[in-house]
Ligand binder design. Structure first.
Ligand SMILES: [Zn+2]
Length: 224
């Protein structure tokens, strides 16, 4: 079996044929990442990859696709067949990812939204509260099939929580598109589906108001 550093070279050579490879490669598998997550950092000639441990068991072609996707983010370039393979993998992996995280409030919200907008056809993902962020209100992580929702919604009217849940479930349903090097998460199809939510415009305005209120309150709590 090839080492991951060898796979990095192979990924690079296919992406940039004829170019020399001036990097010192380090690959670290870590439990810190959510499942099927990864990143890359370049400082000087140090090229460091961090991969979640699940990647260890994955087919080399798919891992090369992942490495190439990371390299493209860093250095530019055109996606290869193996990058496409990696994207397909990422879109399907939710089927095998274990469901270990849930929360009663989030689960109830999921079931309401699933029934109302998805004919109960969505499979329940992992559900978690994130920090009390007022910028990143929600997030869907494809690799771990997890919806994260900002803790500020713990004491919000449930209709606001359900609206965020709907947005994140659309990410799970529609996944992502690719154009050249760009990943498109909010496609035209996504935006159209988003507008099907009942009272979409009022909900959007109420979310903005709710966040503004949270920020003001935090400001008032500062010690000066
Ligand atoms: Zn989004």
């Amino acid at each position: 079996m090839k080492s991951t550093s060898e796979l990095v070279r192979e990924a690079f050579t296919e992406l940039y044929p004829g170019k020399s490879f001036p990097y010192q490669v380090t690959v670290k598998y870590s439990r810190k990442f959510g499942s099927y997550n990864a990143n890359v950092k370049l400082s000087g000639h140090d090229l460091r990859f961090g991969l979640s441990r699940e990647w260890k068991g994955v087919d080399a072609d798919i891992v090369i696709g992942l490495l190439q996707a990371l390299l493209i983010k860093l250095l530019g370039g055109k996606k290869t067949k193996r990058v496409e393979l990696y994207h397909i993998f990422l879109k399907k992996v939710h089927q095998v990812v274990p469901k270990v995280h849930t929360d009663p409030v989030l689960s109830e919200s999921f079931h309401r939204v699933n029934q109302e907008y998805f004919n109960d056809n969505m499979e329940e993902p992992n559900l978690k509260w994130s920090t009390d962020a007022t910028r990143k209100l929600g997030h869907y992580a494809y690799g771990s099939d997890t919806i994260l929702i900002s803790s500020i919604f713990k004491d919000a009217p449930v209709e606001l929580l359900d609206y965020i849940m709907y947005h994140e479930l659309l990410h799970k349903k529609l996944k992502f598109d690719h154009k050249e090097e760009r990943t498109i998460h909010h496609s035209r199809e996504f935006r159209e589906a988003e507008r099907k939510y009942a009272n979409f415009e009022r909900m959007d305005a109420e979310i903005s108001r709710f966040i503004a209120q949270k920020r003001r309150r935090r400001w008032r709590l500062l010690p000066w």
